[in-house]
Design a protein. Structure first.
Length: 209
């Protein structure tokens, strides 16, 4: 099938449905039998030019394809019409000189699998993993989340009293086990209040006092 892969590569960006791919194959069959595409529509136009490629706008109508061809020796012209009816492609070819007509009906699904029209070199993006899911689940365990907590960096540490900074202790069950809970006050405070030596006295570094 020389030339089919090259033809498909050139037409691939415009192929959006199975019938497009089938018309591309029919076009290749005509090219291998020494026909060249002239253009689209029933009537010739000033821009007609023989080409092995499909003409611009060849698949503008997904239910009716009309293409004109001419043999390489200029002795024959063909008018090709393809109509999509209930999943079948009815192909009609008219030889303009002799007015001889041939037709062919093809079941599109027998020749083209629509699932294979995608880009094989482009991979679908992978789904994101559960980023930050542990921050939303209080029973999620001790795994990391998106919230940076220096007290839960994974290193061994002393237990934190969630009642720190409160006049009374929290009732049992107020903080679920393993929950990301920040204490209300400074950690490790003395219940009786700050010590007298907690801060240096005023003016301790003044030699004239």
């Amino acid at each position: 099938m020389a030339g089919l892969e090259l033809l498909y590569a050139s037409a691939a960006p415009g192929i959006t449905c199975p019938q497009d791919a089938l018309i591309c194959f029919v076009h290749w069959e005509l090219v291998t039998h020494d026909y060249r595409a002239l253009g689209t529509g029933d009537q010739s136009g000033p821009g007609d030019k023989k080409s092995e490629l499909l003409p611009p706008g060849w698949n503008a109508n997904k239910e009716l394809y009309v293409l004109r061809y001419e043999s390489t020796d200029n002795s024959r012209k063909l008018l090709l019409k393809a109509i999509l009816v209930d999943g079948s492609m009815i192909i009609n070819a008219l030889e303009c000189g002799s007015q001889q007509v041939v037709d062919l009906t093809l079941n599109v699904e027998d020749y083209v699998n629509g699932e294979h029209l995608g880009d094989f070199h482009r991979r679908d993006p992978l789904g994101p993993f559960a980023v930050g899911g542990e921050d939303l689940d209080p029973f999620g365990g001790q795994r990391g989340g998106m919230i940076l907590d220096p007290l839960r960096s994974g290193f061994p540490r002393a237990l934190i009293d969630p009642s720190s900074g409160l006049p009374n202790r929290l009732p049992p069950g107020a903080v679920p086990p393993g929950a990301r809970f920040d204490p209300f006050g400074p950690i490790g405070t003395n219940p009786s209040g700050p010590g007298p030596d907690h801060l240096p006295p005023p003016g301790y570094d003044d030699m004239f006092m």
